[in-house]
Design a protein around this ligand. Sequence first.
Ligand SMILES: Cc1cc2nc3c(=O)[nH]c(=O)nc-3n(C[C@H](O)[C@H](O)[C@H](O)COP(=O)(O)O)c2cc1C
Length: 192
Amino acid sequence: MQRNWRTDSLAGLGDEIWAGLTWASQHPGEPWRLPALATIGEAGPQARTIVLREVTPSARRLVAWTDSRSPKVDELRRDSRAQWLFHDPSNGLQLRAVSEVQIHQDDEVARAAWTAVPPPNRTNYLGTEPPGTVLSRPDSDRHPDNSDVPSHFAVVVATVHELDWLWLDPAGHRRARLRWAGERWAGDWLVP
Ligand SMILES: Cc1cc2nc3c(=O)[nH]c(=O)nc-3n(C[C@H](O)[C@H](O)[C@H](O)COP(=O)(O)O)c2cc1C
């Protein structure tokens, strides 16, 4: 999807960024659909790829699904700060979204999200052992579909308060930082 990244308006840029995130969340194959989610672990920074499932620009919200037994959930429960790193190599775009995360498990949010999990993907949350458990063989355990919400299905709901956007355009690199100022995004152009 072509976006007007060359806008000189910071407000316009914010709209383009949120439209780009929303589009990516709805279109498998879009590079921004597979961000890295960085958390603060006891041993230091922890980053991993995650699928961006849902975006609500008006709420500044990014949503992902995970297994509540995975280390990232403990990390986020201890320290809710998380950064999402988006990269689109086709046009040299990087976006860092700084956020506070809430974990939803065994509640209305988790139940509503579970209805959207495609049946083939449900097995991802039905393993008997937590992610990261040592196995004696490389194959992981697979379980039949189960339409009940497994108790360890969790929804990562992030509220973004800062966006750092960088565009390495051959015609001139551009960078901007947008911060949530209570009712609107306020920002600055930065040296790339
Ligand atoms: C393409 C791709 C997509 C992934 N999507 C998710 C996801 O949506 N949710 C998730 O929990 N893990 C996802 N993973 C696995 C994570 O990167 C990570 O390995 C796993 O969640 C364990 O992370 P943790 O040990 O840091 O908690 C994905 C991995 C890849 C390669």
